[in-house]
Design a protein around this ligand. Structure first.
Ligand SMILES: Nc1nc2c(ncn2[C@@H]2O[C@H](COP(=O)(O)OP(=O)(O)O)[C@@H](O)[C@H]2O)c(=O)[nH]1
Ligand SMILES: [Mg+2]
Length: 224
């Protein structure tokens, strides 16, 4: 079978599994956020800071995709929420079946949450094509990574509802043109929300948490 056909079959199977997950999340009234970025952009740190601000008011949980180690799920558990690590067996992205299996194995603790965060495997390429049944994707870019990345990795910026610029506390120390990044994101995805924050100083965290709360409210107001 030609390689292209194989890839299309894999993606079609993933799409079916994602559609089933999306129905489950709708029935459970859970907002699901798929976080995607390069390794080290600050996904887990942002989740830790988010948990610290939101866990008293919302039931939160996490799934963490990685090639190796339980480190990220451990960090989220330490932050005070249920979390499960998914080891992908070398794959550079999570797929919907892995999410389904992890949720089934975890059982009650990740069921019926207000918000489920899925931290994808770190890179800006493979996770782009794999729907996980999420409500929306969030792409993160840190100020340490260079301000040319949206145009270099256009698909993920085009498909993410929210773009988060992380580590803004480092701006005085790096050459990074925030306006240029905003302009690239606006070109690729005119409707995208753009959030600038630092999980370290807390700057921008209120706006990020408010965005999540608003998305949850909106999902629930639409649910029948
Ligand atoms: N200065 C600064 N460092 C941060 C910030 N957020 C994360 N980091 C650091 O960036 C590194 C990678 O963060 P991590 O959350 O593990 O990234 P992940 O691989 O995307 O999950 C760690 O050393 C964090 O302490 C931030 O807002 N400011
Ligand atoms: Mg991480």
């Amino acid at each position: 079978m030609p390689e292209l056909d194989v890839k299309q079959k894999v993606l079609a199977a993933n799409q079916a599994a994602a559609a089933a997950l999306r129905r489950t999340f709708r029935d459970q009234r859970t907002l699901v956020v798929n976080l995607i970025s390069s390794p080290g952009s600050g996904k887990t740190t942002l989740l830790e800071a988010t948990v610290a601000r939101m866990k008293d008011r919302y039931r939160l949980g996490g799934l963490d995709g990685d090639i190796a180690t339980e480190r990220d799920a451990d960090r989220l558990r330490k932050a005070g929420i249920p979390a499960r690590q998914i080891l992908t067996g070398g794959a550079c992205h999570l797929d919907a079946r892995q999410v389904d299996t992890a949720l089934a194995e975890e059982g009650e603790t990740l069921r019926g949450l207000d918000i489920l965060f899925i931290e994808n495997v770190g890179n800006l390429i493979c996770p782009t094509s794999y729907d996980l049944g999420e409500d929306f994707k969030v792409v993160l870019l840190s100020t340490a990574e260079g301000d040319d990345k949206p145009f270099k990795y256009p698909a993920i910026f085009a498909r993410s509802k929210v773009a988060v610029l992380t580590k803004v506390d480092l701006l005085p120390h790096v050459d990074f043109d925030v306006a240029a990044v905003r302009a690239q994101v606006a070109t690729l995805n005119p409707g995208a929300r753009f959030v600038e924050l630092s999980a370290r100083t807390g700057e921008g965290m209120e706006a990020w948490c408010a965005l999540l709360a608003e998305e949850l409210r909106e999902k629930r107001s639409k649910a029948v």
